[in-house]
Design a protein around this ligand. Sequence first.
Ligand code: ACO
Length: 445
Amino acid sequence: MSEQSHGAESGKASTVEDNNSLTVTDNRTGKTYNIEIKDDTVRAMDFRQIKVNDDDFGLMTYDPGYTNTASCRSAITYIDGEKGILQHRGIPIEELCEKSSYLEVAYLLNFGHLPNEKELGEWVYQITHHTYVHENIKSFMQGFRHDAHPMGMLLASVGALSTFYPEAKDIDDEWQRWVSTIRLIAKMPTLAAFAYRHSLGLPYVYPDNDLSYPGNYLSMLFKMAEPKYEPDPRLEKALDTLFILHADHEQNCSAAAVRVVGSSRVDPYSAIAAGVAGLYGPLHGGANVDVLRMLQKIGKVENIPDFLEQVKQRKELLYGFGHRVYKNYDPRARIIRSHVDEVLEATGKQSPWLDIAIELEKQALDDEYFTSRKLYPNVDFYSGIIYEALGIPTDAFTVMFAIPRTSGWIAQWNEMLHDPELKIARPRQIYTGERDKEYTPMSER
Ligand code: ACO
């Protein structure tokens, strides 16, 4: 950034040398500054030079919720929210869902390219052979109350992994980063399934190395007395597709949490635990729970107009609709919708909520209130219906999201550590409180 004119009478820049710049005039001083534009972005720190006088701290930018602030450079996931495009490492999500497995996508996110046969074989082998957790983790989880929320259990147990692998702290060691990546992707389904079984009072089921990643998860959830659980291939495939769809979504709340916490150079298990916490919230991954509760509350198709009226009066939120980035149909919601019937057929179940969801979507998309705000179904709108058909209790829906998102979180974490511009995340604030107040002794309060 360069200051162009000091107190020029017109208050305007005399020359703008570079077309890739922004000319800013500070009307308080009449000074004009040239700010570099790179990648359609200006740097917030370039504004710090803009001061009223030498004692002035300098201009800051204010962006609650980071609605227009890029916090990093990333080559993992591309989203065009206006057009409803989602690509991982440049490959459209539709194609990945059709042609790849979840573990291939997890590899793609973490290593930047689709694995060849040998690489995939090794990757799947490693993930499969790291699914067991230390027996003390099991005892640790058994200590939770019988009705503990599965996301709370998952959050705590992922954080606890850091105490089982203290060497993971050495985040400059490539091997430690690699083995932590494997362990996190491998163990997350085990922890999630233990949390689910705990909530039902059932014994935990150990991983089965003969099964696929989604097949093993189904086994750990549902295996009872049978010697070997045999997953229905249609459910296995549907679950794998759901895992692909939830694998990464660039700088969302939970990925940003992983990066913010990880920027302190803490171990990866603690950083990923921050991601699990971010995902727990109802405005993020927790929305799939609220969608089902909303559909249950609506109860029948005839009640939809009244419900939408309540939403417009801001007494209700239309869960599963709206997105910070998508101002068009979320491509993930479209793909999930296309799998709902298949899952219902495989499970032989009828969802009482599907008709309500379809009609709710139709009426909302016909309504100016929602279209003018560009509110469309997001990834959470239909996923709950599938989870319910799979027999997953509502409280465990969000752990279904956390399992696949782990590959995205760890890819974001690894990428961050290689970023030469990495700094500890430490935002500024606009202080609104009192200053230099007189201290009141206890006796006078
Ligand atoms: N229902 C009703 N109105 C909505 C909704 C909704 N689901 N979403 C947004 N709006 C309205 C807002 O009230 C606002 O209206 P206004 O301009 O008249 O005040 C306008 O649309 C813009 O919405 P914002 O809240 O400013 O959008 P933001 O980007 O901050 O929020 C969010 C995005 C949190 C996802 C929001 O759309 C929401 O709360 N949706 C419901 C929860 C949900 O489904 N979350 C899952 C998102 S996907 C995921 O995280 C995996």
